[in-house]
Design a protein around this ligand. Structure first.
Ligand code: GCB
Length: 612
């Protein structure tokens, strides 16, 4: 899927801004034929019943923290976004597409009251050809979003009805994951045009020997005779044409090519021109950036461009005050800047695909990304916060996620396939990989990723402490192991010597069983409430967090097969409320507003001194 870009043949118009918004009550029947009525509530004394009114809502943004009140923020179910847009006749001459970066978790889109399309999955883009729904002048765009997570969605959750004595029945949505279930239209919305005959997709790969190959697909009217031409241009402002080719498929070689790596993330450009000679001459032009690089698992290690690489960085979240998980270019640039300042070279998009804009930024900044699908909470008896409690009851016979899991994986690879920053795909975080049925569930997903990723990137599933070397049924499918461990926090609390000993023993068992598979720590960390200090280093103090991270890192340094460390987490983040969380998860080494805790200085010294 091509990212919407303005080119000589394409116009992109942003629909971001202020939309009308209304939460839908559980029994409310929604009729898209009727425009959202009721004056938008801007200012009313005591913020009366926002959850029942039409209000103004920024897009992109999570809706939850924009107005006050628990029933507004924690609403379960449907919500309507609506705006009008004036379309100039000139925009209607070719194809017109309406594209959403993400709507969480389900969306139905209506144009001028008519149903246009729907999409399931809250973290990936989708687009709709809307030419037949619109006219020149005013048009109404409506999005009916739904934020329910259950046993068929990714991430997974549970919808429960609660009945307290003397009160009406209420609906609660329990997330089976440890981050706040932010929702709404969370990424940019654009309208864009293409000619009737158009470039549908571009696949481009470049290896360390300077050899590249490309495959282009086109769409459009059958009677048009088409011709595709391709040029490879140098990076930046250099318009030197290094290669010219024609046809939808081909390959070539750039002599002495500059490789993409973390110090010099050099991007070449593939400029594709489609010319059509039908009733009229037409052209569609699109430029895709790409890099020459190779990331492989070999000889028990990770290799970038033929040299061993050690991953230093974080598990993150898209999370900040006010806009929640809503797209924010400023936070993206800030976070990458802080990571570079600390000497980090990588992160995982825990626990869902991040925005396309973040991937484009990482291409330019030379950050290595482990790209994760939104498959978190695939366990009927476990969550980090114990929210679901309960006894495992056969995860793989209970969940109905298999088909949707394949869909999000396909969509993620289609979106991110060309990014040099993406070095590997993670197919899930902490599933019930120790339970019977896990291998059968994941095998087809591994096969799908291996078949569809043109770069054949290494694959993994990130596993938790309940899946030991002896019990985990998916480790054998993974190209490298990525494990999350909290010895010294959720168990062995306060006893870091004991925690290290347990961990060392488990690591050796993993290594004995899978000697060729490098191990990357996907998560390790301790909550620290910023400003809480303690000479001894008690739990929740900044000192304990630093000691915890130090103890793990010292252990990693003694195990050559540990090939990466991702601290949990980059910054504090919002979660559902529960007694294990102090206004959210405080395992960030930065606060939610990106102020450093003590551990930052330790990690900065370590990582700036540790070779990539
Ligand atoms: C985990 C989860 C992550 C949690 C973390 C924690 O294992 O993967 O989503 O936030 O633990 O802090 O408990």
């Amino acid at each position: 899927m091509l990212y919407p870009k303005m080119t000589e043949s394409r116009v992109v118009c942003s629909l971001d801004g202020i939309w009308k918004f209304k939460l839908l009550a559980a029994d409310e029947v929604y009729d898209a034929a009727q425009p959202l009525t009721g004056e938008a509530v801007v200012e009313q004394k005591d913020c009366p019943r926002r959850e029942q009114s039409v209000v103004l809502m920024p897009v992109p943004c999570s809706y939850n923290d924009i107005y006050e009140g628990r029933s507004f923020r924690d609403h379960v179910g449907g919500m309507v976004y609506e705006r009008t847009v004036q379309l100039p006749a000139a925009l209607l001459l070719g194809r017109l597409l309406l594209r959403f970066g993400s709507v969480t978790h389900r969306a139905k889109v209506y144009v001028n009251g008519s149903f246009a399309a729907e999409h399931k999955g809250g973290f990936l883009p989708f687009e709709i050809e809307i030419g037949s729904f619109v006219r020149a002048g005013e048009n109404r765009i409506t999005v009916l979003a739904d934020n329910v997570v259950d046993e068929s969605t990714l991430p997974c959750g549970r919808l429960v009805r609660r009945q307290f004595p003397g009160l009406e029945e209420s609906l609660e949505n329990l997330p089976n994951f440890d981050f706040y279930n932010y929702s709404g239209i969370m990424r940019p919305v654009v309208l864009y045009t293409t000619p009737e005959t158009y470039l549908r997709d571009i696949v481009v790969t470049g290896g360390t020997d300077g050899v590249f190959s490309y495959e282009i697909s086109c769409g459009g009217t059958a009677e048009t005779e088409t011709e595709v031409s391709v040029e490879v241009l140098a990076g930046g402002g250099d318009d030197t044409v290094l290669f010219r080719g024609s046809g939808c498929q081909g390959s070539g070689k750039i002599e002495s090519c500059r490789l993409w790596n973390t110090d010099d993330p050099y991007l070449y450009r593939l400029r594709v021109t489609l010319t059509g000679r039908g009733r009229e001459e037409m052209r569609d032009v699109y430029t895709e950036e790409f890099g020459f690089r190779e990331f492989r698992v070999r000889d028990g290690g990770l290799w970038l461009n033929g040299a061993p690489v050690y991953l230093k960085g974080f598990g993150k979240h898209e999370d900040a005050a006010v806009h929640g998980r809503g797209f924010c270019e400023a936070y993206n640039v800030k976070d990458i800047g802080l990571m570079k300042w600390m000497g980090a070279n990588s992160f995982r998009t825990s626990h869902y695909p991040y925005s396309e804009e973040m991937m484009r930024l990482c291409d330019r900044e030379g950050i290595l990304v482990i790209d994760e699908v939104p498959a978190v909470g695939l366990h009927t008896g476990f969550t980090a916060t114990g929210l679901l409690g309960g006894v495992p009851h056969g995860t793989w016979t209970t969940l109905k996620t298999a088909e949707h899991h394949a869909q999000v994986l396909r969509e993620l690879i289609a979106r991110d396939k060309n990014h040099p920053c993406v070095i590997a795909f993670s197919l899930a975080n902490e599933p019930a990989s120790e339970e019977e049925g896990a291998k059968e569930y994941f095998e087809p997903l591994f096969a799908l990723a291996r078949k569809t990723d043109p770069q054949h990137r290494p694959l993994t599933v990130v596993t938790y402490g309940g899946a030991t070397p002896e019990s985990c049924k998916v480790s054998e499918l993974c190209d490298f192991l990525m494990i999350n461990r909290y010895n010294g926090w959720y168990d062995t609390e306060g006893n870091l010597r004991g925690a290290s000993a347990l961990l060392a023993d488990e690591l050796e068992r993993f290594h004995r069983k899978y000697p060729d598979k490098p191990i990357v720590f996907g998560e390790f960390g301790a909550d620290a409430v910023a400003g809480l200090h303690d000479v001894t280093g008690d739990l929740f103090s900044e000192e304990y967090q630093e000691q915890f991270i130090r103890a793990y890192c010292e252990l990693f340094d003694t195990k050559a097969y540990v090939c990466g460390e991702h601290v949990w987490n980059f910054a504090d983040f919002a979660t559902a409320e529960n007694s294990k969380r102090v206004q959210g998860n405080k395992k960030g080494v930065f606060t939610r507003d990106r102020r450093p805790k003590k551990a930052v200085w330790y990690l900065r010294e370590r990582w700036t001194g540790l070779k990539d």
